[in-house]
Each structure stands twice: as structure tokens, then as C-alpha cells.
Design a protein around this ligand. Structure first.
Ligand SMILES: [Zn+2]
Length: 92
């Protein structure tokens, strides 16, 4: 599951920035229902990302969600952010 434009069906994979850019440039005068649909897609994708990060790191939901929020929902950034955070804790 990734980001997909509900209007033109263009698939953006996991690239949230490209998706946001596409919405801003192509569908500026969009209806509220459309916005809700996008929001729904983003919510589903968040759950998916949290699950993926949990599998990768073995950390709890809250930790994974925080790591993803801090890193703009970029799973690779979130993973290295988490590793850095935990390595600091273990250095004590
Ligand atoms: Zn579109």
C-alpha cells in the first residue's frame, strides 16, 4: 500500500513528497470528499508503515509512530533515527 491519487490513479509508491506535490499542483480546487479520501489513504499507509517499522526494529507501536512522525513518515529515516536513539541509550 502506498500513495495513489484517487482522481488520476497515478501511483506514487511510498513517495509522500511527490504525492503531496502532485495534489498541490494538479488538484488545487479539490472537493472535500476528495480530501477525505486522500486522508483515508494516508491513514492506511501510516498503519502500514508502523507495522513495517515494527517488523524491522522490533520496537513498540508508540516508539515506531514517534520515530515516523519525527521523520516525516520516511521509513528509512525513521529506522536510522531509531537506531541512533537506541544506540545512545545502550551506550550508558
Ligand atoms: Zn492526480
Amino acid at each position: 500500500m502506498g500513495f495513489k491519487c484517487p482522481i488520476c490513479n497515478k501511483d506514487f509508491g511510498r513517495d509522500r513528497k511527490d504525492f503531496n506535490k502532485h495534489i498541490e499542483t494538479n488538484h488545487k480546487g479539490i472537493a472535500k470528499t476528495f480530501l477525505d479520501e486522500i486522508k483515508l489513504i494516508c491513514e492506511i499507509d501510516k498503519d502500514e508503515l508502523i507495522r513495517e517499522l515494527r517488523e524491522k526494529t522490533g520496537c513498540g507501536i508508540m516508539d515506531c509512530e514517534k520515530a515516523l512522525t519525527e521523520n516525516d513518515w520516511d521509513i528509512e529515516k525513521a529506522e536510522s533515527w531509531m537506531k541512533e536513539k537506541y544506540s545512545k541509550i545502550h551506550k550508558i
